[in-house]
Design a protein around this ligand. Structure first.
Ligand SMILES: O=C[C@H](O)COP(=O)(O)O
Length: 258
């Protein structure tokens, strides 16, 4: 059965490859391997681990020094990790996309207003309007989060630029083990209808690209697949990223030629 997205036939757009890097040293191999969106994240700190400010600033300095022009993204962690009185909220203006997760928000009566307040505080401190990416988890029950449908709806209401569907736990199944292509296709259609960018991640591997290319998301995100032996806390490898990017291009070309 094909999972081919309806609008993909009319709009065979290019799916971009996002690679999560943990520091400035990983930027060059990521770009050389074919990364098109550079995402800063500390994989030791969970699905959306935030990198330390010093590491982030050094990485931004590297991007300026070497004129890195691809979009930059950053994992901000989970909403529940941000306390309302936190002072240092400034995010470098070079960062385009901010990813926020909602584990432990299930049942909270004020998670939406907490998130709106955080968006406002960050944008006021940064004096910059970032593009927010709401993160829905395929294993949302385990994460005590909300369903991807609810996150999608709230992302629209809060003026987000996109929705990322990822996995919270990296030990209990990969994206395609947890959500069927049909469900992912349905969420993608809903996101598209609401002009949200849609990104897919969650321990993705090269062999997932057959299904993922049919789904034609805007962005595919990887960390584990960029590392030796799929070990997401090891250093990334240019060759692993290149192999992944090559297979993405191959799949996209196959779709174009029917
Ligand atoms: O945003 C994408 C994630 O960093 C993907 O990480 P992962 O491939 O280890 O699940």
């Amino acid at each position: 059965m094909s999972h081919f997205r309806k609008d993909a036939a009319l709009n065979l757009q290019h799916t971009q490859l996002l690679v999560s890097v943990r520091n400035g040293a990983e930027i060059a191999p990521a770009i050389a391997g074919g990364c098109e969106i550079l995402d800063f994240k500390d994989p030791r700190r969970g699905a959306l681990g935030r990198v330390d400010d010093a590491i982030l600033n050094a990485a931004i300095g590297y991007c300026q020094q070497y004129s890195v022009t691809i979009p930059l993204s950053m994992a901000l962690g989970e909403l529940c990790e941000w306390n309302t009185g936190q002072s240092s909220l400034s995010i470098p203006s070079e960062i385009t996309f901010l990813k926020m997760g909602f584990s432990q928000c299930n049942g909270s009566p004020h998670w939406i207003s907490d998130w709106q307040n955080l968006i406002q505080r960050i944008e006021e401190s940064s004096k910059h309007q970032h593009q927010w990416i709401a993160v829905a988890y395929a294993d949302w029950r385990r994460a005590d989060s909300l369903s991807p449908y609810k996150i999608l709806e709230t992302a629209c209401e809060n003026g987000c630029a996109g929705l990322l569907i990822d996995t919270f736990s990296k030990q209990n199944g990969r994206l395609l083990d947890l959500l069927s292509p049909e469900t992912l296709g349905e969420i993608i259609e809903l996101a598209r209808a609401r002009q949200l960018k849609i990104a897919l991640a969650g321990s993705l591997r090269i062999q997932d690209l057959e299904i993922l290319s049919d789904l034609a998301p805007d962005i595919i995100g990887i960390r584990g697949a960029a590392c030796l032996g799929y070990s997401r806390t090891s250093a990334i490898q240019e060759s692993a990223i290149r192999d992944f990017r090559k297979q993405m291009s191959f799949r996209q070309k196959s779709m174009r030629s029917g």
